[in-house]
Ligand binder design. Structure first.
Ligand code: 6PG
Length: 246
């Protein structure tokens, strides 16, 4: 993997615009080449500004939604209309504003029993990407966030899910949340053509500094994201970059 690209932005608005421009460029290239663009979306609050922008009149006409396939990097184990649902957040902020074929929306079924939901999503990825035996599904783009504890997607520090090398999707019981989560595994994330972290908020400054300096990152899941044959970008608002880079 080449060195991560680190893009420092003023605020969430500029982060959303930079990420939207990357999305438009990658989608246009993928659809022109392979007639489809497969992206795995992040949950949380930071990406919402991007999703709203992509659904706005400023951007929605610049993308051929017929070729865009939306997946999720992780999901809470709740129904799609629950306030915690990552799918629900994307539907409300973005999907409701665009004409995208229903069959292009590949949501994780958070309402199902977690292990069954993970197995079902694994099947969905198997069917869509049809990877060669032993290979991983290769997303064109995976959007990720990072928690102050260094988690990304729903891969939390100390989780056994971090050691998963074969499955694409796992259901993980997260002790600190006292809840199960569904998440893509590191081999899938690291198989992507492009991974972009969207990071904002002063609470992330310390973990961003530790990750970008490469210091004591062994237990930080986000530090394990290094696409083997892909590119990695960090889009970071200034308030999340307090003296992170020498
Ligand atoms: C989730 C996300 C999670 C998120 C981080 C950062 O389901 O919540 O996948 O990994 O990206 O917690 O969240 P913020 O962007 O809200 O800080």
């Amino acid at each position: 993997m080449s060195k991560p690209e680190i893009i420092i932005v003023r605020d969430l608005g500029e982060l959303a615009h930079k990420a939207a421009e990357q999305f438009v460029a990658l989608a246009g290239r993928a659809i022109a080449g392979a007639a489809r663009f497969a992206v795995a979306l992040s949950g949380g609050s930071t990406p919402r500004a991007l999703y709203e922008l992509l659904g706005s009149t400023e951007y929605r006409e610049r993308i051929d939604w017929r070729g865009v396939h939306l997946f999720w990097g992780d999901e809470r184990c709740v129904p799609p209309d629950h306030s915690e649902s990552n799918f629900g957040m994307v539907r409300e902020s973005w999907i409701s504003q665009i004409q995208i074929p229903a069959e292009n929306i590949h949501r994780m079924e958070g309402e199902k029993e977690p292990r069954a939901a993970a197995a079902a999503y694994e099947q969905e990825l198997q069917q869509f990407f049809a990877p060669a035996p032993g290979q991983m599904p290769r997303f064109d783009l995976i959007l990720l966030g990072v928690g102050a504890d260094g988690h990304t997607a729903s891969l939390f520090p100390g989780s056994a899910a971090l050691d998963e090398q074969e499955r694409f999707v796992v259901a993980d019981y997260v002790e600190k949340l006292k809840a199960h989560r569904l998440t893509l595994t590191l081999p899938v994330i690291n198989a992507a053509a492009q991974v972009t972290f969207l990071v904002s908020g002063a609470s992330k400054a310390d973990v961003v500094r530790r990750i970008l300096r490469g210091s004591e990152t062994a237990e930080l899941p986000a530090a394990k994201v290094r696409p083997a044959n892909g590119s990695l970008a960090w889009l970071i608002t200034k308030d999340a970059l307090a003296d992170s880079i020498d």
